[in-house]
Design a protein. Structure first.
Length: 282
């Protein structure tokens, strides 16, 4: 009887001490949520443009999220006067996509509203204001037959800043196409001897968006000021001193500047006339 009892007690002891035990399972980390954060930058206040003429500005679409952003389309007001170089695409996390927005008015009227970029973004701003005005290509007849040319003057300033010196102001459409000048230290410019009629004038400086304005010259003098916006991808340049040019026999009217036309490199005097390449340092 004693032997049976001892065996039973030993068996209970072994089972209690040698039984298996299980540790709690390690916690599974929560998955990181995918984010696609859209952003838009660009200047789309096109101003006055002659009906049938076309100007452009760059829209930069950014994705500051952690997953790829898919762009599925764009919408703009006015049924066709605003078009884009592309309306779909994929932007990697932290990346960007430049798109050219074109404005070509079809009637003498104002076109304004909202540019909307559609996609699978999880957050961010996907709209920008857009505006432009079409004007008639036929100017009002001049009040006096004695007025045959006009002098255009104005000032260039940076949006939210001061005057812009050394900027190019040129005629891109009209009877005086190609005539140009540069702004002085105070941001002022003068284009003299312009034929009466309709023309488009552009203000241009590296690091800034082009600014086009359409005008109808009907008097001996006219004024057109420009406000310039920095290009979204261009940082503010470090200013460097500009040496004072010295007149010479071949180059009597400095400063001379290179024409901004990207296809033809031409040296111009302050009055817009062509000059020797040597006057521009070549």
């Amino acid at each position: 009887m004693k032997r049976v009892l001892s065996t039973f007690v030993l068996g209970v002891f072994v089972s209690a001490c040698g039984g298996s035990s299980s540790s709690p399972a390690a916690a599974t980390p929560a998955p990181v949520a995918s984010t696609r954060v859209i952003g838009l930058t660009g200047n789309f206040a096109f101003g006055n443009i002659v009906v049938g003429q076309q100007v452009s500005s760059t829209l930069t679409i950014t994705n500051s999220g952690n997953a790829a952003l898919t762009i599925t389309g764009m919408t703009a007001p006015a049924g066709g006067v605003y078009t884009a170089s592309s309306t779909t695409g994929t932007i990697a996390a932290g990346g960007s996509l430049p798109v050219t927005i074109l404005f070509k008015p079809t009637a003498a009227q104002s076109y304004s509203g909202t540019l909307t970029v559609n996609g699978d973004q999880t957050s961010g701003a996907n709209t920008l204001a857009i505006s432009g005005t079409g004007i008639s290509a036929t100017p009002t007849p001049p009040p006096s037959a004695a007025v045959v040319t006009s002098t255009l003057t104005g000032t260039l300033t940076e949006a939210g800043g001061g005057a812009l010196s050394g900027a190019l102001v040129d005629v891109t459409a009209g009877a005086d196409n190609g005539k140009s000048t540069t702004t002085d230290a105070s941001g002022r410019y003068t284009l003299a001897g312009l034929k009466l009629g309709t023309l488009t004038v552009r203000a241009w400086k590296q690091g800034y968006d082009n600014n086009y304005q359409a005008l109808a010259l009907i008097t001996a003098t006219a004024t057109q000021n420009f406000t310039m916006s920095r290009s979204a991808s261009t940082p503010a340049p470090t200013p460097t001193p500009t040496p004072t040019p010295t007149p010479t026999a071949q180059c009597p009217n400095p400063p001379y500047v290179w024409d901004a036309n990207p296809n033809v490199l031409r040296c111009r005097a302050p009055n817009g006339q062509f000059a020797l390449s040597a006057c521009c340092g070549r």
